[in-house]
Design a protein around this ligand. Sequence first.
Ligand code: UDX
Ligand code: ADP
Length: 480
Amino acid sequence: MSFKKNILCIGAGYVGGPTMAVIAKKCPDCRIVVVDISAERISQWNSDNIPIFEPGLDKIIKETRGGNLFFSTEIEKGIKEADIIFVSVNTPTKTFGEGAGMASDLQYWEKTAHTIVENAESDKIIVEKSTLPVRTAEAMERILKASNRNIKFEVLSNPEFLAEGTAIKDLLEPDRVLIGSHKTEEGLKAAATLVDIYAHWVPKEKIITANLWSAELSKLVANAFLAQRISSINSISALCEKTDADISEISYAVGSDSRIGSKFLKTSVGFGGSCFSKDILNLVYIAQSYNLKEVADYWEMVVKMNDYQKRRFVQKIIKEMFNTVANKKIALFGFAFKADTGDTRDSPAIYITKKLVEERAFVSITDPKALDNARKDLEGIERLAAENGEGSGNSGIADGHGGERVKLVPDPYEAARDAHAIALLTEWVEYKDLDFEKLYRSMKKPAFIFDGRNILDHKKLYEIGFNVYPIGMSHFTHFE
Ligand code: UDX
Ligand code: ADP
């Protein structure tokens, strides 16, 4: 069968995989190849065990793979064949040198631009999907145009707004699709080509076109606004804990104002994920680089408030457990940064585990999807334990029941056995329906529950015998 367009996506991650699967499903007239430098990732995408957990994704991959969707490691071949190239490689926060901890590390992205230039044999539309600092498209153009071969590249910015756990729904029914281009004849023509692809399933009025820089900046600003709402409500949760106010009542009352709206006002142990902190710090770095100190400080506070919320949660555990968790067992329910994903990037659980280990607690971690990632995140935790004066000599992480500081335990009942406390960190729906009487019976007394997501029935837990500490509302304890 002949296809109308050949699409290539470089980077088969959380963004590239689901986005291309949905384009393949909705555009049977397009042939889509997704490539990655990681051969392991590609072979997982080609197997029955795809590398990311995302509700509904499995089904679409089964429908499209081998028909008009292909996963491959042949990057050069893919570039040669493509009319349109989506770039969705990772752009983590820089960990070294100038801008460390704030700016984006663009090494993967720049390498991609060079690979495109070296292998292209015809004109291409290049679509930035990865979140990138504003004016990255300009840098990409410079690299692409530096070759003296007579090939034209038109760069578009098409930022991704999908959220993990709801990626397929977000892609199928987006609030909007944003396409940024130069306002030149060629730029507008390229944008129209991309609009046509999305118009296969997205109503035209939801496809917004903008200039290149507005599109790039909009992505950072959208994430900064969303995260700002969470930090705002979390800041008030601290105030609630000092008064008789209840954060869920405040969220409801405030969110009922149609000008404010009810979404993203759920207090929590802190936001995580690959985007929020990274994108805000990026915005802060950009503002600083233009000498806009007040702007930079304003947005940086959103991240600082999030750090405070995570820190406050651990401090509360320690304080309420009689000022020490040394050699006590704490069961962490949930390690993913949110429910319905196995992703743990920047998850508050990482910080909380490390802090508890520093305090010499034994930590048992359970999560329905994220234990493999948790194992990677906690590599080196033995060093932390050793620095704390414990020369165990082992990895510090165990899957069973050794004497190690951190255990990964798939079964929540097993994770909580003999524990002094449960700290619920991820709002997995199955945690609401656990048999808490059974959990209580198996735990050390007095038994504590710290509900970092306010999803449990606190009164019922109290009646079972637990001492219950939600976020931003009164706690229920059996102590005098
Ligand atoms: C986010 C944006 O929502 C998405 O548009 C963008 O493309 C990528 O970044 P994601 O990080 O996948 O998506 O998840 P999101 O649902 O936004 O949650 C981020 C974090 O905020 C999670 O840790 C979540 O638990 C937390 N959160 C969310 C709260 O603490 N309270 C809320 O009310 C909402
Ligand atoms: P995101 O959440 O933005 O999708 P991921 O880390 O999940 O980020 O995915 C990015 C993918 O990009 C990874 O699978 C990584 O191997 C891939 N990648 C990084 N650099 C390159 C490159 N130069 N060529 C091809 N793939 C790359």
